[in-house]
Design a protein around this ligand. Structure first.
Ligand code: COA
Length: 154
């Protein structure tokens, strides 16, 4: 497995859409994003996408691994590699938005992310179609934050 930065036009849209169902939203952030890919034998198996929202802050916009490669540690490795990259480049935090339930919450918290705030009705007001997971509709968004300054000091 190797980790390599990709250009936006090298990033498979079907992979990005696994994490973000709205292609028009993906197209808004992709051109300005940093994209790290997990590649095995020349095949892209997973990606993680960041935007620099200020000189010191990163926003995790998208993380996705193709279903046939999930649960093998690739997502965790992508997150770990990018946290190391962010520490090296002296970013002070990584933030992200996610649903209020699902395995993704545990996935991020294992990497050190903490709940920062809640955006009520975010998925109802900002997405054209309802989003369901485990038979439950996503309505509110949780904002999570990883404090890199704190990590670097430890
Ligand atoms: N259902 C339930 N648990 C899952 C899962 C699934 N489909 N996929 C991963 N997990 C769990 C793993 O069991 C593991 O838990 P553990 O640490 O207790 O063993 C944990 O998530 C991390 O697994 P890992 O193998 O490192 O992650 P991954 O390579 O499967 O990638 C995602 C994780 C989230 C990137 C991947 O599941 C994915 O692409 N999901 C669809 C897109 C998505 O939801 N992106 C995030 C949007 S907020």
């Amino acid at each position: 497995m190797e980790f390599k930065f990709l250009q936006p036009n090298e990033t498979p849209m079907d992979l990005l859409l696994l994490a973000d169902p709205d292609e028009s939203v993906v197209q808004e952030y992709l051109p300005q994003s940093k994209i790290l890919a997990a590649i095995s034998e020349g095949n892209i198996e997973g990606i993680i996408v960041f935007l620099e929202t200020s000189e010191s802050k990163l926003e995790l916009m998208n993380i996705a691994v193709y279903p046939q490669y999930q649960k093998k540690g690739i997502g965790s490795q992508l997150l770990k590699e990018s946290i190391q990259w962010a520490l090296l480049h002296r970013f002070s935090s990584i933030e992200l938005g996610t649903g209020t339930f699902g395995y993704q919450l545990a996935f991020y918290q294992k990497a050190g992310f903490r709940v920062d705030k809640i955006l009520k009705d975010h998925f109802l007001n900002n997405y054209p179609a309802p989003i369901f997971e485990l038979g439950i509709q996503h309505k509110d968004m949780l904002r999570l934050k990883l404090d890199l300054d704190n990590m670097a000091a430890q």
